[in-house]
Design a binder for this molecule. Structure first.
Ligand code: NDP
Length: 492
């Protein structure tokens, strides 16, 4: 098996330690690739390459419209290789190929969107209060950006960072999750093919504790953009204080989905499942916390459980599969423990709650889609992100109570509200303390709208124009066109 390499300063290289890592298919535990296992020393070299490339200025001073053309070229190469990328993503993550194809469409859209924005950085003229002066605001690239991504949406999360960073004229070092690097490696090849100059995009593979830590603390890095769990995010934040780096954190969520009795019942049941079970619930914005109006609670749970029982588990490459495996044995264990905790706290199992018995699935990291009822806000299982195919259900009696429950969380990533009453929907959306609120929908995101968390779900934004601003510094240039002596100091 060929060892897949890292990209440092325009060269594809092995790890400085020569160590490698085997990448496993979570459906059957087969080894699908062997990749270089980078370390802190490799990260230092990559940072140096990105630093030199930035300081040389070739990329940051390339006309923004020209940068935009190269970013668009990356989008078209992703479209050209969509099927290969989708299959690779499914092999590495276990998600269905249809889901991966959707991811690839979204990823190409993100590169197109930032390609468009690259040439539209207008800056701003200020109406200066001082006579004979010109005052203008310009946006400039931040410099060397370190980017760390998780395993659940490997290439989607990478695209939200790569496209705006390049469009804005930065150089970068990316570290994907150690267990799902394959599509990211492929896209670094595509960026090279598109003509991005050597040293502008650097890729280091390996573990968070070594490579990720170095990227977070190294003082030659100007900005760190991190997507992952809250606890890791806190470590990154501390390490980033070494040189007061710019910091963007996209962290976890335990996202409430409020169902009022007047919602369209069938649609709400159907979408409550879509909100959670894509990629086996391993979604930061999963609507894993259902909050259902008392008067329809039992009927809703019955309908939900009936549908959940029918979810077909299997290989992401089988057309009949609706849900694939979890990412790893370790994560399967975590999800199983999470459900056990809920049951000990008094939640009741309505469906699922274990590994499937089907012999065909025995080598995969499968967990049954699970619904826990009789949940209350004080339970750990409600307060913490399970990151698996698990829904907790709570009840409410009034609109005020529903909003109170939804906001009673350290997270603030996203939430949903289902009702046919427009005024009620708007009232709820206005009071929900989350970065994204969906009305009569769930888990919708696109390149044009910003994505980011309130509270401990993060700092800053990805996507939209705000996602580009993250990768720029704001400079005020003040020009006195009629300079005169002030005679303030030292004048007899
Ligand atoms: P982790 O926090 O475990 O890891 C995320 C990344 O951080 C990985 O690349 C990991 O490396 C790296 N890392 C680990 N330790 C350190 C460290 N000390 N310093 C720097 N980097 C480090 O998250 P998961 O990969 O388990 O991803 C799941 C989490 O991501 C969930 O909480 C989910 O909600 C969140 N997420 C948030 C999103 C959002 O948009 N808000 C989107 C997607 C996911 P490695 O694992 O290779 O060792």
């Amino acid at each position: 098996m060929n060892i897949q390499k890292q990209l440092i300063g325009g060269k594809w290289v092995l790890s400085s330690s020569n160590e490698t890592r085997e990448i496993i298919n979570p459906f059957n535990q087969e080894i699908i690739a062997e990749v270089a296992e980078g370390n802190a020393e490799d990260a230092k070299q990559a940072i140096q390459a990105a630093r030199e490339a930035f300081d040389k200025g070739e990329w940051s001073r390339t006309l923004a419209t020209e940068r935009g053309k190269l970013v668009r070229k990356i989008a078209s190469l992703i479209e050209r290789d969509k099927e290969e990328l989708a299959r690779l993503e499914s092999l590495d993550t276990g998600k269905t190929v249809d889901e991966s194809r959707d991811d690839m469409d979204g990823i190409a859209d993100v590169f197109h969107y930032y390609a468009d924005l690259a040439g539209k950085n207008k800056g701003e003229m200020i109406d200066s209060p001082i006579p004979n002066t010109i005052s203008k605001i310009v946006r400039e690239p931040v410099g060397v950006c370190a980017q760390i991504t998780p395993w659940n949406y490997p290439l989607l999360q990478a695209s939200w960072k790569l496209a705006p960073a390049l469009a804005a004229g930065n150089t970068l070092v990316m570290k994907p999750s150690e267990i799902t690097p394959l599509t990211t490696i492929k896209v670094f090849e595509l960026m090279e093919e598109a003509g991005i100059p050597a040293g502008v995009t650097n890729l280091v593979l390996g573990a968070g504790s070594s490579v990720g830590d170095e990227l977070s603390k190294n003082t030659a890095v100007d900005l760190i953009s991190f997507t992952g769990g809250i606890e890791t995010g806190k470590k990154v934040m501390q390490a980033a204080s070494s040189n007061v780096k710019k910091l963007a954190l996209e962290l976890g969520g335990k996202n409430p989905n409020i169902i009022f009795a007047d919602a369209d019942f069938e649609t709400a049941v159907d979408q409550a499942m879509n909100g959670v079970f894509f990629h086996a619930g391993q979604i930061c914005s999963a609507g894993a916390r259902l909050i259902v109006e008392e008067s329809i609670h039992d009927k809703f749970v019955d309908a939900l459980v009936k549908r959940v029982r029918n979810i077909k588990l299997g290989s992401g490459f089988d057309q009949n599969t609706e849900m694939g495996p979890l990412i790893s044995a370790e994560h399967l264990e975590k999800v199983a423990n999470y459900v056990e905790t809920g049951l000990k706290e008094g939640a009741k199992l309505a469906v699922g709650g274990g590994k499937p018995e089907d012999a065909a699935l025995k080598d995969g990291f499968f967990y049954l889609p699970t619904v826990l009822v009789d949940c209350t806000t004080d339970m750990d299982v409600v307060q913490h992100e399970g990151f698996g195919p698990v829904i907790t259900v709570e009840k409410f009696s009034t609109e005020e109570k529903a909003i109170h429950l939804a906001n009673d969380s350290v997270y603030g990533l996203s939430g949903g509200v289902w009702t046919e009453d427009i005024a009620k929907a708007e009232r709820c959306a206005a009071q929900m303390r989350m970065g994204t609120v969906w009305i009569n929908d769930f888990n919708v995101f696109f390149a044009q709208a910003p994505w980011g968390g309130y509270k401990q779900s993060g700092i800053g934004h990805e996507l939209g124009t705000k996602g580009l601003e993250e990768y720029t510094e704001t400079k005020h240039i003040y020009h006195n066109i009629d300079p005169q002596p002030m005679n303030w100091f030292g004048k007899n």
